[in-house]
Design a protein around this ligand. Structure first.
Ligand code: SF4
Length: 712
C-alpha cells in the first residue's frame, strides 16, 4: 500500500488530536520537589568507585628514565602492593651533591603522560615476565652450535633466515644462561684464527673487515647499550661484560691475558644521529648543553628546529618562565609548530639546510653594522688569529722564528684543569695575532684568553709578514675572513635560499644585538645532530657565530646548546684527581679484578680489551665505505680507527634497537641470516624481541630493588 504525503500528515495530525483529547496528565507538569537530590538519589554505590580510586596504602618515589634523557622524579602510589598511579613528585630541589649544592625548586614540575602511565607498561599485556629462547636457535644450540658458515643450509633448518616467523620457548633463568654461555663460547671458537677468518670470507664479508677481527672470534660480537648513562650498573654495566669477554678469548684461543680481546662495543650517539658534530669543531667539547634552569635567565631564546613543548615535555615550562620574566622567544622552523605558537615571532624556513643561511645572514649583518663586542671577540674567540692567504693555514710562530719554542704551559689551567697532555700541547701549538699597538705580529698561546689576553689584536684588515725564509706573505685575522666569506649572504639572498622573510632575519640580528646591549643574555637552542640537519657540522658552527660576536657564551642564560643526553656519560668520566670515573667499573682488568673493598681504583687497575664500533656499518648492510674508483679499483674510505668487523652476535639493552634501525628490510633479509645470536634485553615484548634469539626481561625503573647511579 502506498500512502501519499498529504494522507500521512492528516493521519499524524489526527493522532496528535486524539492524544490531546485524552487530556494532559497533571503529574507530567508538576515539578518534582526534592530538597536534596543527592540525599534521595536511589542508588549511589557507584560513586564509591571513583571516590575510592585515589585511595592508596603505600607510596614510593622513583625516577622515570627511559631512553629520553629527562629522568623525572615521580611518586608511585600503591594499593595491595600494586602500583595504581604516578604523580609528579615536586621535590627536585632535594637532589644535591656531596658538596651540598642543590637543584632549584624551579625544576618542578617534571613528568609527562608517559611517566604518569608507567603502571600500564609494568602490568600491560606486552610485559616480559620471563626469559625466552627462539625455538630454532635453541635447537641449534642443542645440536652443539654447528658452524653455520660451514653448513649454510642449517640457517634455514634453524630459521636463522626466518626470524620473526619462529616461535619462542619459555625457560628458567639457569637454563637460559647455560644456552647463552654455550653459544658465546661456540661463536668465539667458530670465528677465531685462520679457520674462523676463512669462514667469514666464505660468508662474503669484506676482506678488511675480516682482517680487523685480528684472529679473535670475540671481536665478531657486538655489545651495546642505549643511553647507558641512565644506569651505570644496569645499562653501562653491559660494557663491563664486553670487556670481560676477554676471559672467553683467553679460554678459547689459549692466548695469554695481555693478548686476550674482548668484544666490540657499540656506541649509539652517532648511530642515532644525536651528536651535534660541529660542537667539537667550535669548542672541543663533544656536546655543549646547559643546565635547563639556566634557560630562565635568557632574555632572548632562539629555538631552531627544536620543540620543547611537544618533544621535551617536562622541559616546556622553562619557556613559560622565560615569558613570565619578560624574555623573548623566536622560533625558526619550517612548520608553524607548537613553539611557534608561543614565540614572539616565527621565522619559517625551507626544510633542509636553509636555516644555516639565516644564521650566516644574521652574522653578516651584525659584522656590517658593527653589532659586535670587539673586546670579547679579541679575548675569548679565535677571531683575531692570523691566517696566511697563500696557504690558507694559520700563521705559526715557527713560520717567522724557526727557533721558536712553544710556551711552557705546565702548571697552567690547560694542564691542571683541562688535563692537556704534552703530546696534545705539541699538536695544538701556538698562534699569531696582529698587534695594532706595535703594528707587528705577536705570538700567543692557548692560555692568552680572557684577562690574560692583553694584546690589542686586529680583527679586520690584511697585513704583510716576512717569514723566516725571507718570503713575504699576506695574512688576515679570522674575523676578516668570515666577513669576506659572508659577503654573499645579504638579506635578499638569504630570503631566496631559505624562504625566511628578510625583515624577520634583520629583526633577529637586531634583537640579538639590542638584547646584548641591554646587558641581557641570548641563547640559541637547536635540536640534536645529523638526525635534524643536513650538513649539521656547518649548522652547528653557524649557530655560534652571532653568539661569539656578542659575548653570549659563558654567562648564565647565554650560549649555544643542543639536547641529546648520550654525551652526559661524560659526567662520569674521570680526571687525574678523581680517578677513572665510570671506567673503574666498565674497564676493570678482567684478569685482575680488585677484590679488596678499600682499594682506590686507579688507571693501573684498568685494561680495556673491547674497542668501540659504530653500529651504522652493520645497519647499512655490514659494509665499509668502499668505493669502486674509475681509476685504481675499489678504495676503502673508512679509516682504520673506525673499521667494523663482521657481526655474528649482538646483545644490547635499553632500546627497541632493531625496530629503530634504518633499512630494516635489508637487515632482516640479508644481514640477519648470517648472524648466529641476537640478544635483546627489554621491559616489554617489542619488534626487536620478535627478531631475537634470546629475550631477557628486565626490571622497569619503578621496580628497582637496589641502588643505581645515573645522570641526565
Ligand atoms: S619526560 Fe615522561 S617519559 Fe620521560 S622521564 Fe619524564 S616522565 Fe618519564
Amino acid at each position: 500500500m502506498t500512502v501519499s504525503r498529504r494522507r500521512f500528515l492528516q493521519s499524524v495530525a489526527g493522532g496528535a488530536a486524539a492524544a490531546w483529547a485524552a487530556g494532559p496528565q497533571a503529574w507530567a507538569f508538576e515539578p518534582v520537589d526534592v530538597k536534596n537530590p543527592l540525599g534521595s538519589y536511589p542508588q549511589r554505590d557507584w560513586e564509591r568507585i571513583y571516590l575510592d580510586q585515589y585511595r592508596y596504602d603505600g607510596k614510593f618515589p622513583w625516577i622515570c628514565h627511559p631512553n629520553d634523557t629527562h629522568m623525572c622524579r615521580m611518586m608511585a602510589y600503591t594499593r595491595n602492593g600494586v602500583m595504581i598511579r604516578a604523580e609528579q613528585n615536586y621535590d627536585h630541589q632535594r637532589a644535591g651533591d656531596l658538596y651540598g649544592n642543590h637543584a632549584t625548586v624551579a625544576w618542578n614540575p617534571r613528568g609527562c603522560a608517559n611517566g604518569f602511565t608507567m603502571q600500564r607498561r609494568v602490568y600491560g599485556p606486552y610485559r616480559l615476565k620471563g626469559p625466552v629462547l627462539r625455538k630454532g636457535w635453541k635447537e641449534w644450540v642443542d645440536a652443539g652450535c654447528p658452524p653455520l658458515s660451514d653448513h649454510p643450509e642449517l640457517r634455514t633448518r634453524y630459521k636463522f633466515d626466518d626470524r620473526g616467523n619462529d616461535s619462542f620457548v619459555r625457560m628458567n633463568w639457569d637454563q637460559v644462561f647455560e644456552y647463552m654461555a654455550k653459544a658465546l663460547v661456540a661463536i668465539a671458537k667458530t670465528y677465531s684464527g685462520p679457520e674462523g677468518a676463512e669462514r667469514l670470507r666464505r660468508d662474503g664479508y669484506e676482506p678488511q673487515m675480516v682482517e680487523h677481527v685480528q684472529g679473535a672470534g670475540t671481536r665478531t660480537m657486538k655489545i651495546g647499550s642505549n643511553l647507558p648513562v641512565h644506569g651505570v650498573v644496569g645499562k653501562f654495566g653491559i660494557y663491563r661484560f664486553a670487556n670481560m669477554m676477554a676471559l672467553v678469548d683467553h679460554h678459547v684461543r689459549g692466548v695469554p691475558p695481555e693478548k686476550a680481546r674482548g668484544t666490540r662495543e657499540w656506541n649509539e650517539y652517532t648511530w642515532r644521529g644525536d651528536q651535534a658534530p660541529g660542537h667539537p669543531f667550535v669548542h672541543g667539547l663533544q656536546t655543549s648543553d646547559m643546565d635547563f634552569n639556566d634557560l630562565r635567565f635568557s632574555k632572548l631564546v632562539i629555538q631552531i628546529g627544536k620543540n620543547l613543548i611537544e618533544n621535551k615535555r617536562p622541559e616546556s615550562h622553562w619557556l613559560n618562565e622565560v615569558m613570565e620574566r619578560g624574555g623573548k622567544i623566536v622560533d625558526i622552523a619550517p612548520e608553524y609548530n607548537a613553539p611557534a605558537t608561543k614565540a614572539n615571532y616565527w621565522i619559517s624556513v625551507r626544510p633542509g639546510l636553509s636555516d644555516i643561511s639565516v644564521l650566516l645572514g644574521v652574522t653578516k649583518l651584525m659584522m656590517d653594522r658593527g653589532w659586535y663586542l670587539e673586546d670579547f671577540c679579541r679575548r675569548f674567540t679565535d677571531f683575531p688569529l692570523l691566517v696566511r692567504t697563500d696557504t690558507l693555514k694559520r700563521l705559526r710562530p715557527q713560520d717567522i722564528d724557526p727557533n721558536y719554542k712553544l710556551r711552557d704551559l705546565r702548571g697552567k689551567p690547560s694542564y691542571t684543569i683541562q688535563g692537556l697532555t704534552d703530546e696534545q700541547r705539541e699538536k695544538i701549538g701556538d698562534f699569531c695575532v696582529w698587534d695594532t699597538s706595535k703594528n707587528q705580529v705577536a705570538f700567543v698561546s692557548r692560555e692568552d684568553v680572557g684577562k690574560h689576553m692583553n694584546i690589542p689584536a686586529a680583527l679586520k684588515g690584511t697585513y704583510r709578514v716576512r717569514l723566516a725564509d725571507g718570503q713575504e706573505v699576506e695574512v688576515l685575522p679570522i674575523f676578516e675572513m668570515y666577513h669576506r666569506h659572508l659577503a654573499d649572504y645579504d638579506l635578499e639572498t638569504v630570503e631566496e635560499i631559505s624562504g625566511a622573510p628578510a625583515h624577520l632575519v634583520e629583526r633577529l640580528a637586531r634583537d640579538i644585538w639590542e638584547t646584548t646591549q641591554a646587558g641581557h643574555p641570548v641563547s640559541i637552542h637547536i635540536g640534536e645532530g645529523i638526525n635534524h640537519y643536513f650538513h649539521a657540522t656547518l649548522h652547528n658552527r653557524a649557530v655560534y657565530l652571532p653568539l661569539m660576536l656578542t659575548g653570549n657564551i659563558g654567562r648564565h642564560g647565554a650560549g649555544g646548546y643542543t639536547w641529546a643526553g648520550n654525551y652526559k656519560g661524560a659526567l662520569f668520566q674521570g680526571s687525574h684527581w678523581s680517578g677513572p670515573g665510570v671506567g673503574s667499573y666498565v674497564a676493570e682488568d678482567p684478569f685482575h679484578p680488585v677484590l679488596e673493598e678499600n682499594v682506590r681504583i686507579t688507571k693501573k687497575h684498568l685494561r680495556k680489551t673491547a674497542d668501540v664500533e659504530d653500529p651504522s656499518y652493520w645497519a647499512s648492510g655490514e659494509r665499509t665505505l668502499t668505493v669502486d674508483l674509475p681509476k685504481g679499483g675499489p678504495r676503502c674510505f673508512t679509516g682504520k680507527t673506525h673499521l667494523p668487523t663482521p657481526t655474528k652476535m649482538i646483545w644490547y639493552n635499553n632500546a627497541n634497537f632493531i625496530n629503530q634501525a634504518k633499512w630494516i628490510y635489508n637487515l632482516i633479509v640479508n644481514v640477519f641470516p648470517k648472524m648466529d645470536m641476537i640478544v635483546d634485553q627489554q621491559i616489554e615484548w617489542t619488534g626487536s624481541a620478535e627478531f631475537s634469539d634470546v629475550v631477557l626481561p628486565v626490571n622497569s625503573w619503578v621496580e628497582f630493588e637496589d641502588w643505581e647511579m645515573a645522570a641526565a
